[in-house]
Ligand binder design. Structure first.
Ligand code: 17E
Ligand code: FE2
Length: 415
């Protein structure tokens, strides 16, 4: 196949034909009319007036922990911290093959939903860095389906874990693409602050991206985002830094947020919210009224800060559900964040496509433009709004010009 006809493109009116050669988009042509269904179907795909988008993006997931829920124990309290304890038990059982097979299985779930770009956090608080070494192999082996960014993620802390700094440094030397952190989990506020300075310095010295689990708590006094943002501002690293979760922002008061947002704008960093995960893990110390435990997604968006949605977990100690479908996360996120207004419905796919690509700094590797990779996804609806309303799906996923996934929708016949 080297051509697609009758495609609708987001943000443009009318229908388009797309062509590609050698894995790159070679032409985008506006059609004056609907073209007849092609006869040589293996060379031309008829989009039938439905949306064709660049691939869906999964900017925050933990592939090394996926598919381990209940092994050996379930997270009964539903809190983040019990999740970390349960994972510490499972971690002792991890083998190279175990990590790789669960990761590959999960990547196939993601690819089945039209995702081709993935950022995974990998726990490096392990003296042998076993999961990291396995995931570095997976990054290469999975290239036919996805581009994978690996975050060196210190699940049990940088300052609070034995040799935490050395493990982070070694993980970067072995080839991690992104430097992570977890300041709200460090034993003291001072350690949280110093961990942020350490990880930003490590990233800058080795020219890596940054993605920090930051303030993933309902504690309104967890204020490491201001530290991350200030270092980002001073070093001019905004395009390369992401703050994940920042759920404490949902508990900050408005006076503090108005000051904080001024800094966030100056820093220009990106944000990732994991709405299904946060609605499940946060609010656990409240009775009623009960907090939603999410960051301020619409406020960040209205302030022109880059914010996107992610899955975080698939069947792990933190979250027992998940099937790889990022559109399910979009649906939940828009509900939880009060974002079902008309304007948001018209452009809701931004939060699982372009915004996520920006957070991952995919740059020229992403988007429907001549010269960029022929990575294209055909959706089951003609607009963002219709896709959301109908709980639609990715129907075809094309990667470097080759079809890697096709989905057939079930048909319902009413009498
Ligand atoms: N680890 C963590 O600190 N937070 C999470 N949401 C997950 C793992 C999934
Ligand atoms: Fe996470």
């Amino acid at each position: 196949m080297n051509q697609l006809i009758n495609a609708r493109l987001r943000g443009r009116s009318g229908l388009f034909s797309l062509r590609w050669a050698d894995g790159l988009i070679s032409a985008i042509t506006a059609q004056t009319d609907t073209l007849p269904a092609p006869e040589i179907t293996n060379a031309t795909l008829d989009a039938g007036g439905k949306l064709v988008i660049p691939p869906l993006v999964e900017p925050h997931i933990h592939l090394d922990a996926a598919l381990t829920a209940g092994e050996p124990h379930w997270n009964l309290s539903g809190t983040l911290f019990e999740g970390i304890e349960r994972w510490a038990e499972r971690k002792t059982l991890v083998t190279h093959e175990d990590t790789k097979s669960r990761a590959h299985h999960t990547i196939r779930l993601l690819a089945a939903h039209g995702i081709q770009h993935v950022r995974t956090h990998v726990d490096v608080t392990d003296p042998g860095l076993g999961a990291l070494k396995a995931m570095l192999e997976v990054r290469d082996e999975a290239r036919a389906l996805i581009d994978l960014q690996i975050v060196a993620f210190p699940q049990e802390g940088i300052e609070s874990f034995a040799n935490g700094r050395a493990l982070m440094t070694e993980a970067v030397a072995l080839g991690a693409d992104v430097v992570g952190g977890i300041p709200h989990f460090e034993n003291t506020r001072d350690q949280g602050v110093s961990s942020v300075h350490f990880l930003m310095d490590l990233a800058e010295r080795h020219n890596r991206l940054v993605d920090v689990h930051c303030d993933e708590t309902d504690d309104p006094n967890s204020r490491f985002l201001e530290v991350l943002a200030e270092v980002t501002r001073v070093h001019g690293m905004g395009a390369r830094v992401t703050a994940s979760h920042t759920t404490a922002m949902g508990s900050y008061d408005n006076a503090y947020c108005s000051k904080l947002f001024r800094l966030l704008k100056q820093a220009g960093l990106s944000f990732i919210s994991c709405p299904t995960e946060s609605i499940h893990l946060q609010g656990r110390f409240d009775s009623y009224p009960k907090r939603r435990g999410l960051t301020r997604v619409p406020e960040l968006d209205r302030a022109d800060l880059n914010v996107c949605f992610a899955q975080d977990s698939i069947v792990d100690p933190w979250y027992p559900l998940g099937n790889g479908n990022i559109l399910r996360i979009l649906d939940a996120g828009l509900h939880i964040c009060h974002m079902l207004g008309f304007d948001d419905l018209q452009r809701c796919l931004d939060f699982v496509t372009d915004h996520s690509a920006q957070a991952m700094a995919l740059d020229e590797g992403y988007g429907i433009e001549v010269g960029r990779p022929a990575n294209l996804v055909l959706l089951s609806a003609e607009s963002d709004y219709e896709l959301l309303r109908t709980q639609g799906h990715a129907l075809v996923s094309i990667r470097h010009g080759k079809v890697i996934m096709r989905r057939t929708m079930g048909e319902v016949v009413l009498a």
